[in-house]
Design a protein around this ligand. Structure first.
Ligand code: ATP
Ligand code: MG
Length: 398
């Protein structure tokens, strides 16, 4: 029996003009993800199919469950497009997948070739009759059924399957260009990155580090968060920005209550330069409106004014609990709550300003040559490739 994994595309089916790009990107993302496995992947405008070796089935299903751009997937049995062959295959699918308890069922036939006779409704009746005749424990109920028997009749072959797994949805990563995501060790930014990936945006990651005020443990935490994103993202760069000197200059030269505002303006100035260096179209971060002083709308306006790049804030309007729910789902939560200091949490002012003024920022920023410091920072970046390396291989980087 020839089993394949049948993949239904996600939202991309609504994007008629871009359909080819979406399908091609999904195809190459799946190929990359299943690299090293013995598979054959073929596709048409509405489905993709993976032929595989039985022993790899679980591994492939797990991998497919981590790819954006897939609406649903199932293990389908492939046969010739004629009634006898389909009936025989339906029997086999049922024998392989159902026990002999009583179930209700419905048959749903789809024909991609409308010239195929009989038509879909007649096919439903024929296949339903075949099931009733051969399986005494199965009864038809088209309104309230336990089992949906899918039959898809295509030009060269037909496919029969029962269960569908829900895919992650979204767009295939890479269909919407690349952004740089600001990844701290917190809960929000990995979730924001994940949601940007879901929109089809490819990412490189940026971590601002302030050694010795922050530890290598904090860096390890960020690397581990990045590695949790890898199954969804594919290869990424993690760009480590040496922020110490600039941060110290901020605390020396600026009013304490403005230090976070100005620090974040500096971050965005650096981000803007990095987007050019790493051919990216915008910035992603984990800001959430109202969560902290730097995330009031007035703060965001003043901070944002150093750049006119698109800044995506996927969790801007989420409650913390909603963010945590996703963090748990993608398994970043337990890492994020580890207690290492982040460059934003050191030197935290007692009363950070929640309504900063732009003119005040500009005045304070005149007091030191941040441009030169930024140039120096850009000459001292450290870049780590996040890929499917083993644990030990990341140890060398620390
Ligand atoms: P998170 O939980 O993601 O750390 P947060 O609620 O602690 O977010 P802030 O510390 O104000 O909020 O940071 C807001 C966003 O700015 C973060 O979500 C992240 O995208 C970015 N950011 C903050 N600190 C860093 C850092 N050290 N390196 C990279 N990005 C950072
Ligand atoms: Mg933080």
């Amino acid at each position: 029996m020839n089993r394949v994994i049948l993949i239904k595309y996600g939202e991309l089916t609504t994007k008629k003009g871009n359909r080819k790009l979406f399908i091609n990107t999904l195809y190459s993302n799946i190929l990359k993800k299943l690299k090293g496995l013995n598979v054959n992947i073929y596709r048409d405008m509405s489905r993709m199919y993976i032929e595989y070796l039985d022993k790899d089935q679980d591994l492939i299903l797990k991998n497919i469950g981590e790819i954006f751009g897939i609406h649903a997937y199932s293990i389908a049995y492939k046969c010739d497009s004629n009634l006898d062959s389909i009936k025989e295959t339906i029997s086999m699918v049922i024998k392989d997948n159902l026990d002999d308890k009583n179930y209700t069922f419905k048959v749903e036939t789809k024909r991609s070739d409308k010239r195929f006779e009989p038509n879909s409704i007649e096919c439903n009746n024929i296949f339903g009759g075949h099931i009733l005749k051969n399986f005494k424990n199965l009864k038809v109920n088209v309104h309230d059924y336990d089992i949906l028997v899918h039959v898809e009749i295509r030009n060269d072959s037909s496919y029969v399957y029962l269960n569908e797994y829900k895919g992650l949805g979204g767009y295939p990563v890479g269909t919407l260009g690349k952004c740089l995501a600001m990844l701290s060790g917190g809960i929000d930014s990995p979730v924001a990155s994940y949601l940007a990936l879901k929109r089809g945006i490819k990412l490189d990651l940026v971590y601002f580090e302030a050694i010795p005020h922050t530890s290598l443990e904090a860096r390890r935490k960020v690397i581990n968060l990045a590695r949790k994103l890898y199954p969804y993202a594919g290869d990424m760069k993690l760009i480590i920005v040496p922020f110490t000197k600039l941060q110290e200059a901020i605390y020396k030269n600026c009013l304490e209550n403005y230090s976070i505002t100005i620090m974040r303006r500096m971050m965005f100035r650096i981000m803007e330069k990095l987007t050019r260096k790493y051919s990216s179209l915008g910035i992603v971060n984990g800001e959430s409106v109202g969560q902290v002083a730097s995330q009031t709308l007035t703060s965001m306006k003043v901070i944002n004014s150093v750049t006119n790049l698109p800044i995506l804030r996927p969790v801007a309007c989420f409650d913390k609990l909603e963010i945590i729910e996703i963090a748990k789902k993608i398994d970043t939560y337990d890492i994020s709550i580890l207690p290492y200091e982040d460059c934003c949490t050191i030197f935290v002012p007692k009363h950070p300003i929640i309504n900063p003024r732009l003119d005040a920022c500009l005045e304070m920023e005149k007091k030191f040559d941040y441009e030169e410091m930024i140039d120096e920072i850009l000459n001292n970046l450290q870049v780590i490739n996040i890929d499917n390396k083993e644990d030990e291989d990341y140890q060398d980087i620390l």
